[in-house]
Ligand binder design. Structure first.
Ligand code: NAD
Ligand code: GLY
Length: 363
């Protein structure tokens, strides 16, 4: 059965379709939004496994797909990568008002979404996310971006897709480390706003990570529903949407420090960052230490890193603090942090003493 989640954003509303095998219906689902050539943007890894099926489905629906393949990895989320993609899209013959399909993980989704917002002053796009991270988070909500040497996602646009097709069976080809990286974002939803879901994950992680279809669909749909509710009330992150950044201020600083090099995947950095956010919250007297221990224990139990000691070489406290000050969540020289008043109760705070952050980073 398909889980259908509506992202209610007035004229920018769309549906997220979650089901195993649903990519076979991509043509029928996207036909209403397509005209002329439909570039399908993907990377070499994803293309190997999943491009033929999607291209075939689009063709069967009478569309004109053109495969646009990029090299995999975070480093393509750069000005050079954006220039390359924009050029390939223009060469593809996509027309003004046409549709682009982003077939891939968060990297392809973020980059293709941004290019769609820019090429010919704005094309439509659809997401067919192929990683767990992209299915539960990055394909929904319209954040698109490239990274800068100063920090992650610093150049981008809000550009909502026309549809998201989350085919959970595409995850079967995902390397285990990538699956786990996405799982960190799944845990994030429980940790930020749903203790019951967190407890469900503690009990069901082996099924989910073992690819049991019901568990995967249930988790993906649950996360998308949580994100839908948050995005619907705060599309442009003026308030509540920042809750989705639990663990990300620490995590982004780490990713920047290691130069997006693959030493740490995004979700791995978020896992470490989440534990640090709980530790910081406990240090500030907001939540019991035991909550941070519980989150750390679960992340560790599934095989995710939870401390800076697992990063080699370990970035210095000063370096991480400097990256945090550059992060776009720093306003007026103060750091904005997502803290927790307990498991499942995240809050945004712009009043965090730097000394406490320094202590957490040096621990
Ligand atoms: P990714 O896109 O780099 O994909 C991970 C790796 O898996 C890549 O090597 C890719 O080629 C490969 N891959 C993807 N799908 C596959 C499949 N089905 N089978 C085999 N291999 C497959 O990484 P990601 O973790 O999906 O995304 C991380 C990015 O997402 C980061 O840049 C992060 O900033 C961004 N992000 C964006 C948002 C947002 O709201 N826009 C939210 C969270 C994260
Ligand atoms: N992943 C954070 C957001 O979409 O706002």
């Amino acid at each position: 059965m398909t889980e259908l989640i509506h992202i209610g954003l007035g004229p920018r509303s769309y549906n997220v379709h979650v089901a195993p095998g649903i990519a076979a219906q991509a043509g029928a689902l996207l036909k209403p939004f397509a005209r002329g050539v439909v570039p399908v943007v993907t990377d070499n890894n994803v293309a190997k496994f999943h491009a033929a099926g999607v291209i075939g489905s689009l063709r069967a629906a009478g569309l004109e797909p053109r495969l646009v393949t990029l090299e995999p990895g975070e480093q393509i989320k750069s000005f050079a990568g954006l220039e390359k993609l924009c050029s390939l899209l223009i060469d593809s013959g996509v027309e003004r008002g046409g549709l682009i399909v982003a077939l891939g993980g968060g990297v392809i989704g973020d980059l293709a979404g941004l290019a769609a917002g820019l090429v010919k002053r704005g094309l439509d796009f659809a997401q067919i996310p192929t990683t767990l991270l992209a299915q539960v988070d990055s394909s929904v909500g319209g954040k698109t971006a490239i990274d800068m040497p100063q920090g992650k996602n610093l150049v981008g646009l809000f550009h909502q897709p026309k549809a998201v097709i989350a085919d959970t069976s595409l995850l079967a080809t995902l390397p285990r480390r990538e699956l786990l990286s996405g799982y960190a974002e799944v845990v994030k939803y429980g940790a930020l706003g749903d203790l019951q879901f967190f407890a469900w994950l503690e009990a069901n992680a082996p099924k989910l990570l073992g690819g049991q279809s019901d568990a995967v669909v249930r988790a993906v749909a649950h996360c998308v529903r949580m994100k839908a509710a948050i995005v619907a009330r705060d599309e442009r992150e003026a308030g509540d949407r920042a809750l989705l950044n639990l663990g990300h201020t620490f995590g982004h600083a780490l990713e920047t420090a290691i130069g997006y090099s693959g030493v740490l995947l995004h979700g791995e950095a978020v896992a470490i960052g989440m534990v640090m956010a709980f530790r910081l919250s406990a240090k500030l007297g907001l939540c019991p230490h035991a909550d941070g221990d519980r989150v750390g224990h679960h992340l560790q139990a599934v095989g995710l890193p939870v401390s800076l000691d697992s990063v080699s070489p370990r970035p210095s406290t000063d370096e991480l603090l400097a990256h945090m000050m550059h992060d776009k969540k720093a306003t007026g020289g103060k750091l904005t942090f997502v803290l927790v008043r307990g498991l499942g109760k995240a809050v945004v705070s712009d009043d965090v003493p730097l000394a406490a952050v320094r202590e957490i980073l040096s621990a």
